[in-house]
Design a protein around this ligand. Sequence first.
Ligand SMILES: Cc1cc2nc3c(=O)[nH]c(=O)nc-3n(C[C@H](O)[C@H](O)[C@H](O)COP(=O)(O)O)c2cc1C
Length: 379
Amino acid sequence: MPSGPAVWSGMAADHPGGYDPAALERLVCFEDFHQAAREVLTESAYDYYRSGALREWTLAENERAWQRWCFVRRSLVDVSAIDTSTTVVGQPVDFPVLIAPTAFHRLATPDGEVATARAAASLGTVMVNSTLSTVALEEVAATGAPRWFQLYVFTDRGLTRELVERAVAAGFTALVPTVDAPTIGIRYADQRNRFVLPDGMELANVAESLGASGGSGSGLRAFSAQFDQTLTWKDLEWLSGLTSLPLIPKGVITAADARRAVDAGARGVVVSNHGGRQLDGDPATADALGAVVDAVGGDIDVLVDGGIRSGTDVVKAVAMGATAVLVGRAVLWALAAGGQAGVERMLGLLRDEVADTLRQLGVPRVGDLTPDVVRPVGH
Ligand SMILES: Cc1cc2nc3c(=O)[nH]c(=O)nc-3n(C[C@H](O)[C@H](O)[C@H](O)COP(=O)(O)O)c2cc1C
């Protein structure tokens, strides 16, 4: 990196160092943002963002599974007024797409998570800030963006408690403990690259106590030895005791675990397999969603992420019973391609696609979507 902020080492050396609005306007879909990001990210950062666990079956299956559903369209409905807004665990959003917690946004853009948070705020949605943020949670909070905090529980429970207390003090309005990561999954590309954060970039929330270390494989995997593998659903009650914020466990994939979450006091669950990055062989989230909705949808909000690439995927998920979806890689690609403006453009396109899908489908309001407007392909 010859010039520019020292921390921007995720960028390829020939990146112009700024974002060209005209170039950004030519990006119109997930694949465009993905391609643009690939051109500017270092190989190691790109691989870290893209990869999934082991053979990446779950990663690919997440995308495929939404394509196994089609719509049951209603003709000649008054669709002159479209309403994409909804409320997710008490939080109003302008459209049912939230920003999933993903680590290390400074690999993509100098402002890192601050850029992401500002984009969430300007599009009227929530940013879920990762524990593994490269900007301190207090700085993310200072943007004023609607914000939830994703929590990894460390063996050092004092550190974990401190993180929760900081998130509460900084005005985060929900806690999202991740339940599908007893350790970070094995990702071949990261092993090959011996992934570590570049010099000048740090885990801003936990830097004093922990740091990505080198070693022979992925530094992140080595680091995750500090995740608490004794964690059980009972510990969710311990978390409830620390804060009155709603708990929304993320990484639930079965009806049985969703019920356990409700029993432990959860106010929502995120049906997720971590974007195919943890257990390769976990089912696609589109395939897991229905059973979770049947089990707990009447009691709490059910969110879903994984493989959401367009507005039709969003509408299918909500029709199948999700209150909203989260997007991970779509945000990372947009962040690399255009910083805050890139994420704003990507989210704006997604919002417009949701509105267009509702109009074409003959269901003017997100709140009116029901399971009978989708069916499995071929049935
Ligand atoms: C690069 C990357 C980093 C991630 N980091 C975290 C994290 O720190 N905490 C977490 O709970 N989930 C993390 N996830 C999982 C996302 O929250 C989300 O479940 C996933 O990205 C959704 O799939 P999608 O990328 O296909 O949209 C990460 C995902 C990616 C791609």
